[in-house]
Design a protein around this ligand. Structure first.
Ligand code: B12
Length: 321
């Protein structure tokens, strides 16, 4: 995963360096240098006293070029199309000053197709600047334009993972992690309308969503609640650190037949308690997700899903009555 919160190529660098762009696009750095030298599709952002780096607009041009090549165009044709492509301007949120954020790069516009790259950059910069409004604007825009799953996987998740990695490496940025988590939570809750109560015995029963006991990492469960709401599915979101007895009580009282449990860390990933959940009719379906679970010890009938799409697939199966 690229370093999205700045600093990778040094403070003098304007935009991303060749190595970072090559990793992002999955091509060799030498290919990028050839595209620059032979076809003029290279970094455009150099200024006095700065090394030249790729801006999001440059990246977008390269993405167009790559797409055209993979759909059969010659390298020359692809380069010409990339150079001819119109540029969309995506403004950086007003409230956020990139210059204030540690290691932030000089990026203010996006080219065609570069909107996710720009959102990642803007979210990372706003997070590092502790700019709550700036973060909120990026997350809201991604949710509005891309939908819940894509906004999470392509914008929020890369920035969270990068900040987690930075924290693990330096012991710093706890405040960034907390503020970003708060913003992401708030935005996800805002797109998840409150669930109406279903009277006992009605045909629809909610999917119960919860973290494992003592598990505080709740963002993926909030994402799933928002995605289920987007799909029009009934859900009961219990949140973080839910004791097993409380989950059992909720399953009974909501007459639920499907439950999803998240474990982010191995400290909360012992699945032995799952077999003690209530016996329901029809039988309770338990689906789990998250990197924390001890998969070798999961009961064989409990699937462990690894993406939002897979979770929706497993949870939205009709329950036989
Ligand atoms: C935000 C965050 C927090 C916030 C949580 C706030 C909240 N409201 O949720 C706070 C600050 C509270 C926190 C606390 C802690 N955290 Co924390 N945290 C994170 C961070 C940055 C993001 C967590 C997250 O949402 N991950 C979900 C996505 C973004 O990441 P992922 O799980 O790798 O995603 C993969 C899959 O799970 C899947 N996926 C992603 N989303 C979804 C959704 C669904 C529905 C499905 C099915 C799949 C799926 O796709 C990805 C690719 O495979 C991570 C960094 C990281 N890499 O996750 C650290 C991280 C998880 N935290 C960590 C740690 C150590 C802690 C603490 C122990 C720190 C401490 N000393 O107190 C505590 C533990 C608290 C507890 N008891 O649970 C470590 C865990 C290390 C480990 N392997 O055990 C991490 C990895 C950071 C690090 N690099 O060291 N944390």
């Amino acid at each position: 995963m690229d370093n999205v919160t700045g600093g990778e190529e040094g403070p003098e660098m304007s935009g991303l360096g060749v190595a970072a762009v090559a990793r992002r696009l999955g091509v060799a750095p030498s290919t990028l240098r050839t595209w620059d030298r032979q076809y003029g599709v290279g970094p455009t952002s150099g200024g006095p006293g700065r090394h030249q780096g790729y801006t999001p607009a440059d990246l977008a041009r390269l993405e167009i070029m790559q797409q055209m090549i993979s759909s059969g165009a010659s390298t020359g044709e692809a380069a010409q199309a990339a150079l001819d492509a119109p540029h969309e301007q995506e403004p950086v949120p007003q409230s956020h000053s990139a210059a204030d954020s540690p290691g932030a790069q000089d990026i203010s516009t996006a080219g065609h197709g570069g909107s996710q790259t720009t959102r990642i950059k803007n979210l990372a910069d706003a997070a590092m600047a502790l700019d709550e409004l700036g973060m909120t604007e990026v997350v809201e825009s991604a949710l509005r334009h891309e939908g819940v799953a894509a906004a999470w996987e392509q914008v929020m998740m890369p920035v969270l993972v990068d900040i987690g990695t930075k924290h693990a490496a330096t012991g710093k940025y706890v405040e960034v992690e907390h503020l970003l988590s708060a913003v992401v939570s708030r935005c996800l809750v805002a797109v998840t309308p409150p669930q109406a109560m279903f009277p006992a015995g009605t045909a629809r029963s909610p999917v119960v969503l919860t973290c494992a006991p003592d598990e505080e990492h709740v963002l993926p469960v909030l994402v799933l609640a928002a995605a289920l709401a987007e799909a029009g599915a009934a859900r009961l979101m219990l949140g973080a650190r839910v004791p097993a007895a409380a989950l059992a009580a909720a399953i009974d009282r909501a007459e639920a037949h499907t439950v999803f449990v998240w474990s982010q860390t191995s400290q909360t990933g012992d699945p032995s308690w799952l077999t003690e959940l209530p016996v329901t009719h029809p039988a309770l379906r338990v689906v789990v997700g998250g990197p924390g679970w001890n998969r070798d010890r999961l009961p064989p009938e409990v699937p462990c899903v690894t993406s939002i799409a897979a979770a929706l697939g497993a949870l939205l199966v009709a329950v036989p009555r």
